[in-house]
Design a protein around this ligand. Structure first.
Ligand code: MN
Length: 717
């Protein structure tokens, strides 16, 4: 099963890297090895080997996908931060910022401990790994790291081995699949199954062994026959029998197939030089052997989102046995086996290093086409998380074109995926010759026909709920945002007027003032109507406008209150926040809504900087559903957290001293106060340090007792 044998010495690694890495970069690799060797010296793994054997083999696995020198160096160093008391500075100094980013990334992922088997949490873990990774090479190193650990899994106690195996199947192999790295994915799956369900695994292995002689003779006879036909037509080719992975058989058995019904047990792969040869080969095979209907797939014309290309067919071959045949060029094979890593192999001559940005694009390429008309990065991330990490299905247009959609998609998603014009004019859907409702959930291999009527009134708003993909939902919303313009105009004017009244500001004098022009300039708008529309559509809140206007008045006063202001920095103690199933991850308190104990909170997975904790109603996270994970406060927290409140008072007298005096007898501490004076009111922005919501509420109630105060609220920026 193991295609890549483990190595024991650096010379073996060096012999491989020097075949494809530019000479000028080789010295750095040797330096990295020497450094890791020294740092790990004296440490053993549970398998009894010297520790250095592990990073050495992780690097060696990565040579099988022609990883660049930065990646190889980072692989050699991937455990030194965590295990050897090496500081980040030292790595930066000796190996540069790029290597440090990769090593730090792997360390960060390794620190996450995954310990839940609840389905929602597993999805969260995958989200976290992908979300916190700044450079896709981090994930690639992590996969190689896990692969070597899985190869030596026999050394650890059975229950722990089982847990590791399950974690690998739940979290890492789906990521490897998404990256198209089928070689590594397949080995990870087989190793995992062996420890996770040893009985099932060895049962399948035994069945395969029992039928081995018979299968091999059938396959070799078939290979010979196919080869003869191709030679007769002068097609240069190679044919290989295909070893079926144990895990893929397990999967099919799980779906209710019987062992002898699994078609691709008899499988071959034909390699040819060109795409034309692929189709010609297919034609020749089909003219000799009868194909099994619906088993033909053209992934050359319609590559899978992970870049996979091949022709697949199943034919009745020798003695009427079904044979699964894959036909591809050598180049397609490279992509099929190495996926995202394959472009490393394409680089010519010296420049193997890959620009990190380009790799990110590669990583997200499967949803790039969704992104054409969405330029907001939040929506983009949302689309990534929603659509990429879910399982997908393949369905067909009536012409036989393959469309990939996430599991859970409906005909609405299909229609918008094909073209937004089709979606906008859709009047019904036919799946496999049956009329279906528009919320019908599409299944693998469905043939979907969309009925359209160019005189239709456009999509129904109900469809937003029925659609599954962010792409379709956004298309429908954007259709309506055009229509809703008039409505937004009306609502925007009303909302703004209302807010002015509420804040006791004069709307009419605003309309006649210079402020209006300043405001329009600020938002790059030409007319008052534009402003109303933006407010009506929720792009600008009335509050933002009022804040802008009041801040314009220059009587801003910074007050330092010597006696009552305590300059305590409110850094979070990470043990104060619980995120289910995860111990070791950096947690930050969001500066926009500054949650305190007792607030309902939620975690937002940031790119490269751990998890940010927001209040559950914080508007800054509403668009980012897919990056959100549940979080709660620990029950016992005995320190103060920082948060902001806003106090509005009538413009009678400055009540600063009154506010400050309210801290007497209250545990809440005032850290800072800004007074903003406008024509109509005093606005106090107060930063406080408080233990929890109850304590803060008492403090706020006290302030409210001051007679001129007419409004007090927690602030969210
Ligand atoms: Mn490791």
């Amino acid at each position: 099963m193991t295609k890549i044998k483990d190595i024991q010495t650096y010379d073996e690694l060096y012999a491989v890297v020097k075949t494809y890495i530019p000479e000028i970069e080789l010295n750095d690799i040797s330096r990295a090895y020497a450094f890791a060797y020294e740092k790990h010296f004296g440490t053993k793994r549970l398998s009894g080997e010297d520790y250095i054997i592990h990073p050495l083999n992780v690097a060696y696995i990565l040579t099988s996908i022609n990883a660049d020198s930065t990646t190889i160096i980072a692989a050699l160093l991937h455990d030194v931060l965590e295990d050897c008391n090496v500081g980040e500075d030292e790595i930066l100094d000796k190996f540069g910022p790029e290597v440090l980013t990769l090593v730090r990334g792997v360390t960060k992922i390794n620190k996450l401990s995954f310990k839940s088997d609840n389905e929602a949490t597993i999805v969260n873990y995958r989200k976290i790994i992908v979300g916190i990774t700044e450079d896709v090479r981090v994930i690639i190193i992590k996969l190689a790291d896990r692969l070597h650990n899985m190869r030596t899994l026999w050394a650890i106690p059975e229950d722990r081995a089982k847990a590791k195996a399950k974690e690998t199947l739940d979290i890492l192999t789906p990521i490897a699949h998404r990256l198209g790295m089928s070689e590594i994915k397949s080995e990870l799956e087989d190793l995992s199954l062996r420890y996770y369900k040893p009985n099932v695994y060895f049962d399948i292995v035994e069945k395969l062994n029992k039928t081995k002689v018979e299968r091999e003779s059938l396959v070799s006879e078939m290979m010979h026959d196919v080869s003869t036909i191709l030679n007769e037509h002068n097609i240069k080719h190679e044919i290989k029998g295909r070893a079926k992975s144990v895990y893929s058989i397990y999967n099919k058995l799980n779906k209710g197939k019987k062992f002898n019904e699994i078609y691709d047990l008899l499988a071959l792969r034909v390699f040819v030089d060109t795409k034309d040869d692929c189709y010609q080969t297919l034609g020749l095979i089909h003219s000799k052997y009868k194909p099994i209907p619906k088993r033909f797939k053209d992934y050359i014309a319609m590559p899978k989102p992970n870049m996979y290309q091949s022709l697949h067919t199943t034919v009745f071959g020798i003695n009427g046995n079904p044979f699964e045949i894959q036909i591809r060029t050598y180049e397609m094979d490279l992509i099929a086996e190495k996926g995202i890593a394959s472009h490393w192999s394409y680089k010519e001559g010296g420049k193997v290093m890959q620009n990190a940005m380009e790799q990110k694009l590669q990583f997200f390429r499967s949803i790039m086409e969704l992104n054409e008309e969405e330029n907001k990065s939040t929506e983009f991330m949302n689309a990534v998380m929603n659509d990429v990490l879910k399982d997908s299905i393949y369905v067909y247009t009536p012409k036989g074109d393959v469309i990939e959609l996430p599991l859970g998609s409906t005909p609405i998603d299909f229609a918008y995926r094909v073209h937004s014009r089709i979606g906008d004019t859709m009047v019904g859907a036919i799946v496999n010759d049956q009329i279906v409702p528009l919320d019908y959930q599409l299944k693998e291999n469905d043939i979907v026909k969309i009925n359209t009527n160019k005189n239709s009134n456009g999509p129904s708003k109900e469809w937003i709920k029925m659609a599954f993909t962010t792409h379709a939902k956004n298309k429908i919303k954007s259709f309506y945002s055009k229509i809703d313009k008039n409505e937004n105009l009306k609502n925007g004017e009303e909302a703004l007027n209302h807010e002015f009244r509420k804040k006791k500001l004069s709307f009419n004098s605003f309309l006649e003032s210079e402020d209006l022009e300043k405001l329009l300039n600020e938002y790059n708008m030409n007319t008052l109507e534009d402003l109303y529309i933006a407010v009506g559509a929720g792009q600008i809140t009335p509050n933002q406008i009022i804040n802008f206007l009041t801040l314009e008045k220059p009587t801003k006063e910074e007050i330092v209150l010597n006696r009552n202001v305590h300059q305590i920095k409110s850094n979070i103690n990470k043990n104060d926040i619980k995120i289910e199933g995860i111990d070791e991850i950096k947690v930050n308190i969001a500066g926009c809504c500054k949650p305190i104990p007792g607030d309902e909170i939620i975690g937002y997975i940031s790119k490269g900087n751990g998890i940010n904790i927001h209040r559950i109603n914080c508007p800054n996270i509403s668009e980012l559903e897919e990056r959100i994970i549940p979080a709660t406060w620990q029950e016992t927290i005995d320190r103060r957290y920082e948060t902001d409140i806003l106090v509005r008072a009538l413009k009678e007298k400055n009540i600063l001293v009154d506010i400050v005096s309210k801290t007497v007898g209250n545990n809440t501490i005032i850290q800072n106060i800004n007074t903003i004076e406008s024509n109509e009111e005093y606005l106090y922005e107060i930063t406080v340090l408080t233990h929890n919501v109850d304590e803060l509420r008492k403090f706020m109630t006290e302030i409210k007792k001051i007679s001129s105060v007419f409004d007090i609220e927690r602030s969210i920026k």
